[in-house]
Design a protein around this ligand. Sequence first.
Ligand SMILES: [Cu+2]
Length: 359
Amino acid sequence: MTFLVVKGLVVWNEVMADVGIDEEVIEIEATGYQFAWDIRYPGPDNRLGEKDYTLIQLGINPLGQNWEDPQNHDDFIADQIYLPVGRKVRVRITAKDVLHNFYLPHFRVKMDAVPGLPSYFVFTPTVTTEDFRARLRDNANWQGLSDPEDPESLQKWEAFDYELACAELCGKGHYSMRKIVKIVSEDEYNAWLEQQNSYYMSQIRNTDNDPLKGQFLESDIKVNEKKFFEEFDNAMSSADTDDIVLPLRNINFETGSANLTNNSQYELNNLVTALTKYKDVSIELNGHTDNVGDSGVNQQLSESRASTVLNYLIDRGVSSSRLSSRGYGDRMPLETNDTEEGRMKNKRIEFKIFKKQTI
Ligand SMILES: [Cu+2]
């Protein structure tokens, strides 16, 4: 008896070996519910974001993902399980309602999906779907039409797919807890990944269900920063000695006032960094408005907005001798003032780099 228990434990530990901390693994998550599986992939960051069952909302946040966790922003829910051959996979298995069972019959993988108690399974698929079909080609049981009603249909072996099922008789619709599993080459896997859309970005971002509505995400901030420095560095390295005007794209003011919104700090801090990098350069900040309302008021608003930005830069340590500001009111629109879009573009702060003085 002791022998059986000890031996059994050794085998169990072998089968259930988890992955090491630094080991390369694809982690996906399977959530069972009556009557389907939701398969979540971690997206390019390779990390599944946090979940909290209190956040679950039918049709809006089916898995209870916490959108304030940036690791959730690239997670996607897949309608099939795609995995590259030869790569280690860790499946986090969980359930939302009753007990289910994550069952990959062809892989001899079978693991309970328990509500509130995630389990896991680690395995490495070794034969692609295509290779497995080729193996079935000469097997007598796999000949004939896959759909006997349809003479055009594929042969049985051609139509073969690995599948995920539920091995727990979990209710009436139990049979529909089925998903196709495709084992593919690394290239096919990467091509498939490219086509998947993050749930957050495609369904949640900037809707009323987004706790981060109107805020920049870290990824936005990085993209904006890159763009800003590309333009600034280009302006500085070009041989052209004319003054160059660049936009401050991601700054905003409260309506009708010269108070900067919180989001504006990122672009402004980029400008501070650029002015620290190019110590000899002087700039002039230019404020512009659309043509809505009184021209005199617009003139004043454009001046005070430009000087708000100037003061921000001085507060961050840029010498006032390198800075000046000027308001143009509504006199220099970029686009028509007849559309909302045009007006948005016309309300702006730009800065002029005085190249002649610098070189
Ligand atoms: Cu089930």
